[in-house]
Design a binder for this molecule. Sequence first.
Ligand code: SPV
Ligand code: MG
Length: 299
Amino acid sequence: MKKTKRLRKLINSKKLEFIMEAHNGLSAKIVEETGFKGIWASGLSISAAMGVRDNNEASWTQVLDVLEFMSDATSIPILLDGDTGYGNFNNARRLVKKLEQRNIAGVCIEDKQFPKMNSFINGQLQPMADIDEFSGKIKAMKDTQNDDDFVVVARVEAFITGRGLEEALKRAEAYRKAGADAVLIHSKRSDIAEIEAFMKEWAGRLPVVIVPTKYYMTPTSKFQELGISLVIWANHNLRSSIEAMKNISARIYRDESLVQIEKDVASLEEVFRLQGVEELEAAEEQYLPSSEQDLDERI
Ligand code: SPV
Ligand code: MG
């Protein structure tokens, strides 16, 4: 099944589904091997892995290059965190074109202004997009996609910017009318109150996606109960790798030796396996001359 269709199925499924953050080819591969049915290409994680801020400091084509590696390394669908679409409707529709060429299954855009800022930094101060402008952007993206199953998720930042339920509903409804396939309702509260209030009023008009980074204490059964479609575990491969790298760097620095740490890092064999070394060895058998004699005959 096409990646786009698989993402669409995840979003429309009656069952609560989950996708997991990745930020490069390696982490994408690990997400797939773990068993996840989809990948969140997180803007925060990709930018952090590049050593820059989540403020559109990395250009959109640099993000595209990372996505290409992620897509080539995996067979499950990728939903790109497309920030604000990297400009106006025209930039956003060109993004869709380029994503389809790279076999990316969908993109989520948020109703803020370019350059964006991460939702958990001074959310209250962040300017939102004009509703009509953002709706036009969604419409342009939907009109551009070649594959009917390509998914556009509209992310509502009304709670993040402190504007409340009424504004969140008004925006979500406008984006639904503009053709969005799902709504991502974001909250920076440590409880699920805003999401719960939204879900009650929204009443299933479109599938709803959430990112419970801040309300991580909420049991997953509550998401199911509220009728949420898709949960994004948004940054936990990045954060776990930061902890692991800090720990191992510090120990090697302190010990000036590898004696104590070898048992605590992935083996080289595991690195080679993840890179697919075996496949290359098999291909060499098939395509490279097998002996000096073969080579002599061919010359
Ligand atoms: C991301 O993963 O980059 C997101 C989710 O956009 S959040 O960091 O919660 O804004
Ligand atoms: Mg982001």
